[in-house]
Design a protein around this ligand. Structure first.
Ligand code: G4P
Length: 528
């Protein structure tokens, strides 16, 4: 492999943000893009969020999709690095895609609201990060507001997320008394000045924590800072880069995204600490990014960008080798050769054709339904990347067709949407109506609206009694059949033919798992 390609790999950082709605992900994203010079105007990312999510109005979903695709992957440069920020949709558009995006990143940034601590959605996303031990940097946001004691926030993270915290900066006061942050490792003091869009001045360098400059600048808060730092030295673990890379430890920064305070320090640390693209597991072997052969996988499909053309964009993460426009690749699932002549690279607010791309980069490939989530493409060797699964849905609805003559179209529409990962489809062993499963409830409205717009099918959904799903396995087919016979009312077959246990509640699920200890119940399932 040429040294140019090695260099390109080393300068790439591909990451996603995990947070609970309202913690400040959008605000922080905007500031990061400003530092990267990718957007000129603050507010460009924000405008997307304020779009109306009127789901009954199909056009508005379409418009929303148009916008969200450009911000699905944001590419920007900072210092010598080329950064790919993959959007993890939250709020109403929280879906399986949100989880799956995290299978395509090399690291994550966790944003925590200082008044709330660790919240539900962050815990769910953290669970996905755990699957691949994704390294995480933490940004505790909104220090310009009163919040929890910083030490309590760290304890909350350690307790709920089971990861060791190691603060690399420390806040001085909060809310009205917020004076700034002390960068523990660089021994720099950054004084808080609110409402700056791009902050350029550097911090004040101090000799050590006893430097009288601190007293001059902070007054009585200097002593409090010294006490905090002394306490931290005794209580918290020293930063260990290897531990961070193994996801055993998270470096923590404090700041205020809306005031663009503490963001640059965090970004500087991010590009130094966060890993460049590393080896990825395929079913056959580990694949190193530095291999000459091109390879990668699809982790997201965005459908019908233009309803008139029924086209789809497959989001494809490059794992090894170099992409060049027009190159021929092997689509192993179909056993076909494909030319990547119209791949798109994602820039914030813009899409442009790619001429070359490297491991860690995400390219968008237009297609008409030939690409599925989890598909691996290489230039020759048959490989199948693993770890891009289906996630057990948490919401369920039964689909009812208004016009029985449209059964065929309904089936086709649902099967295609299941392939895109827009929704999961279950056919119960008993009963004839399909059950839809999703990680976020907006998906049901999207499916019904798309059935009408794209397949001419009038359908509705109604609630069902299920609340969790687990894929079930056993080496011995007879044992699986025994289980299925005893639980007929709760077993369904998913879109790829796998048996799934649908439970009405958590208690019922746990009881069944205890009753059938040799059946394997899985929360995720790899694509065929
Ligand atoms: P999200 O994408 O994680 O959902 O959060 P978003 O950035 O939209 O931020 C949620 C709210 O928190 C916004 O207020 C935003 O302005 C505010 N916020 C973000 N960072 C900070 C911070 O450092 N300090 C303070 N005090 N607030 C912060 P909003 O009222 O929902 O919207 P807006 O009217 O301010 O735009």
């Amino acid at each position: 492999m040429s040294s140019k390609i090695k260099k390109e790999i080393q300068r790439r950082r591909t990451f996603g943000i995990i947070s609970h709605p309202d913690a400040g992900k959008t605000t922080l994203t905007e500031k990061l893009l400003l530092f990267g010079g990718a957007i000129q105007m603050a507010g460009a990312v924000k405008s997307r969020k304020t779009e109306n999510h009127a789901v009954s109005d199909w056009m508005s979903i379409e418009q929303e999709r148009g916008i969200s695709v450009t911000s699905s992957v944001m590419k920007f440069n900072y210092r010598d690095c080329e950064i790919n920020l993959l959007d993890t949709p939250g709020h109403q558009d929280f879906s399986e895609d949100t989880y799956r995006v995290l299978t395509a990143v090399d690291s994550a940034l966790m944003v925590i609201d200082n008044a709330k601590g660790v919240e539900a959605q962050t815990m769910k996303l953290m669970e996905v990060c755990r699957m691949r031990n994704t390294p995480i940097i933490t940004f505790i946001n909104k220090l310009d507001r009163e919040g929890l004691d910083p030490l309590d926030i760290l304890a909350d993270i350690e307790d709920k997320l089971q990861i060791e915290c190691t603060p690399l900066s420390w806040p001085i006061g909060m809310g009205k008394g917020f004076k700034g942050v002390y960068n523990i490792y660089q021994r720099q003091l950054h004084l808080f000045t609110p409402s700056q869009s791009t902050r350029t001045q550097d911090g004040v360098v101090v000799k050590d924590i006893d430097d009288p400059v601190l007293d001059e600048l902070l007054g009585s808060q200097a002593e409090a800072l010294r006490e905090d730092i002394a306490l931290l030295e005794g209580a918290s673990n020293p930063f260990d880069h290897q531990q961070y890379l193994k996801a055993g430890q998270t470096p923590v920064f404090f700041g205020s995204a809306v005031n663009n305070f503490g963001v640059k320090e965090m970004l500087d640390a991010f590009i130094e600490l966060a890993p460049p693209p590393g080896p990825r597991a395929a079913a056959e072997r580990m694949v190193s990014p530095e291999e000459n052969s091109f390879s990668g996988f699809t982790f997201k499909i965005q459908a019908n960008m233009n309803p008139a053309h029924r086209d789809r964009i497959a989001f494809f993460r490059i794992c090894s080798g170099k992409f060049t426009r027009g190159m021929k690749i092997a689509h192993h699932r179909l056993g076909k050769e494909m030319s990547l002549s119209n791949a798109t690279i994602f820039m914030a607010q813009d899409r442009s054709n790619v001429d070359e791309a490297y491991p860690g980069d995400i390219i968008g490939i237009h297609n008409h339904g030939t690409i599925k989530i989890g598909d691996t493409f290489t230039d020759k060797e048959p490989l199948k990347f693993t770890g891009i699964p289906n996630f057990a849905p948490e919401h369920f609805r039964r689909v009812l067709l208004k016009n029985p003559l449209k059964t065929k179209q309904l089936n086709k529409g649902l099967e295609q949407m299941a392939e895109e990962g827009a929704v999961q489809l279950f056919k119960p062993l008993m009963g004839s109506n399909y059950i839809l499963g999703a990680v976020g409830i907006l998906q049901f409205d999207v499916v019904i609206a798309r059935l009408k717009a794209e397949y001419g099918v009038d359908a509705v959904t109604e609630p069902v009694e299920y609340s969790s799903a687990r894929w079930i396995y056993h080496n011995d087919r007879k044992k699986l059949d025994e289980f299925t016979n005893k639980n007929q009312a709760n077993v369904a077959v998913d879109a790829e033919g796998h048996l799934t246990f649908l439970a009405t509640n958590k208690w019922w699920l746990e009881r069944t798992m205890e009753k059938f200890p040799d059946i394997i119940f899985q929360k995720t399932r790899e694509y065929n």
